[in-house]
Ligand binder design. Structure first.
Ligand code: BG6
Length: 482
């Protein structure tokens, strides 16, 4: 049943990078598709900077239209008119009292209080201010309509630096909001092909008997970027590639690849299965980790001269349960030779191979999350012609070809819509987050203490050669074109 009444979306940290580049553009696209009807919705920006409504509108207007939006400029200006700006600090009552007044004013002006009042607070902020901001929201800005509605908060990563700090943050926020009110965003869970994993695995007979250690040799989950930390060196150096990409994005993907079939599609059923995967991961062994740092990283003036922060990491995880115990190789790097995120499921060799085709490569199922979403299966076929020889080929489902004219929504767009609809399926639950930190905290502490150091690699390369060696040791067989 669609909810009626006012919807106020409050973007805290409105003048920051995330809000400008991701949150407002996602809201704009939702608006253009009719999900944010102007007679119900108002958007508020909140930040410390003292600027006017128009100044905020000017700052974000250049980021709204992307290649995928065919929106004419009149949509842009109508959308911008929905936005109001309030300035204030993140830990003092005054700003939040003003914000509450503005929201209430809008709720009354929309004359929709026959309905409920819905307040969505999007914290596009560093986690250091989450507790104080949550306290202020709780104290001054909650939904007050006695006709129902809700107050929800959306938080971004990095949610803590390790197990201890994440748990501390969770318990502080947990005292102020109930779990169903908290939406922890991991934007990888909003990507089309990540969302497709459940369908792929549990709606296809093909995969059911094959998806286990009897048939699968190893799984790779890879993230590569062909640019460095430009402009974000200060943030990045504090966190490093494991906290930035692996502990969250790649681990979430691993859960969906490895989990058992949930009882139903209810968010709690899905998240229960993901937690079980995380809790089954064995401690990481030092010899199954390769860290790297690209040459030139420390030239960034915001990066300390002696930084040992990894910008590249390959880490092998092993899931200790009946289905798995095969290596899950998680690999992420900045300033590499390409930009790509993919899952590669590599199958074992065919027993009693009469074609002697082993050298040509193995069966491999590849899910390319980006760019150009695709799934393809590498398999052996007879080389067309008179000879009886084999060649590796592909069964290819390229989304651009197969779904011409279909626009694939941006991850943030989908996830924000879920928060409005109250669907937590694609958000990280507190126990899931804890289990994710449990896996990586010992390794992160060793790196932080300088006990493990990154190997230098050339920007624009594949990363340290040691990472390829580790891959081979884990059983991965290089296939043509990879
Ligand atoms: C962010 C990281 O979470 O994800 C960035 O902080 C990274 O360092 C980005 O560039 C990658 O996201 P996407 O959607 O471009 O793969």
């Amino acid at each position: 049943v669609p909810e009626i009444g006012c919807l106020s979306i409050i973007v805290l940290g409105a003048s920051g990078d995330l809000a400008k580049k991701k949150t407002f553009p996602a809201l704009f696209h939702l608006y253009c598709q009719g999900f944010l009807p102007p007679n119900e919705v108002h958007i508020f920006g909140y930040a410390r900077t003292k600027i006017s409504d128009d100044e905020l509108r000017n700052r974000i207007s250049g980021y709204l239209v992307s290649e995928r939006s065919a929106s004419p400029s009149k949509d842009v200006s109508k959308f911008l008119q929905l936005i109001k700006y309030v300035s204030g600090s993140y830990d003092a009552a005054e700003g939040f009292q003003t914000l509450d007044k503005e929201i209430s004013k809008h709720e009354t002006s929309k004359n929709s209080l026959e309905g409920s009042s819905r307040r969505l607070f999007y914290l596009a902020l560093p986690p250091s201010v989450y507790p104080s901001v949550c306290r202020m929201i709780r104290r001054y800005c909650m939904n007050k309509s006695n006709l129902g509605g809700w107050t929800r908060i959306v938080v971004e990563k990095p949610f803590g630096r390790d197990l201890g700090s994440a748990e501390e943050l969770s318990s502080q926020i947990g005292k102020l909001f109930d779990e169903p009110q908290i939406y922890r965003i991991d934007h990888y869970l909003g990507k089309e092909l990540v969302q497709n994993l459940l369908v792929l695995r549990f709606a296809n007979r093909f995969f059911l008997p094959l998806w286990n250690r009897d048939n699968i040799d190893n799984v790779q989950i890879v993230f590569r970027e062909d640019f460095g930390t430009e402009g974000r060196g200060g943030y990045f150096d504090e966190y490093g590639i494991i906290r930035d990409i692996i502990q969250n994005h790649l681990l979430q993907v691993l859960c969906l690849v490895a989990m058992e079939k949930p009882v139903s599609l209810k968010p709690e059923h899905i998240r229960d299965e993901k937690v079980k995967v995380l809790q089954s991961v064995l401690p990481i062994k030092d010899e199954e980790v390769v860290l790297g740092q690209y040459e030139g990283y420390r030239d960034d003036p915001t990066v300390p001269d002696h930084s040992n922060t990894p910008t590249f990491a390959t880490v092998i995880l092993r899931i200790h349960n009946e289905r798995w115990e095969v290596p899950f190789i998680l690999k992420a790097g900045k300033a590499l030779n390409s930009r790509k995120a993919e899952i590669r499921v590599q199958f074992k060799d065919v027993p009693g191979d009469i074609f002697k085709c082993k050298k040509q490569g193995r069966n491999e199922f590849v899910i390319r999350l980006q760019p150009s979403e695709a799934m393809y299966m590498k398999l052996m076929v007879k080389q067309p012609g008179l000879e009886m020889s084999t060649v590796q080929s592909e069964l290819d489902l390229s989304y651009r070809q197969r779904y011409q004219g279909v626009t694939i929504p941006e991850a943030y767009e989908r996830l924000i819509l879920d928060t409005i609809r109250g669907d937590q399926q694609h958000f990280v639950r507190r126990d899931e987050l804890k289990a994710a930190w449990e896996i990586f905290t010992p390794l992160l502490h060793r790196i932080d203490n300088g006990e493990m150091n990154p190997i230098p690699y050339q920007a624009g390369s594949r990363g340290p050669a040691e990472a390829d060696e580790l891959l081979e040791k884990a059983g991965y067989v290089q296939t043509h074109g990879y």
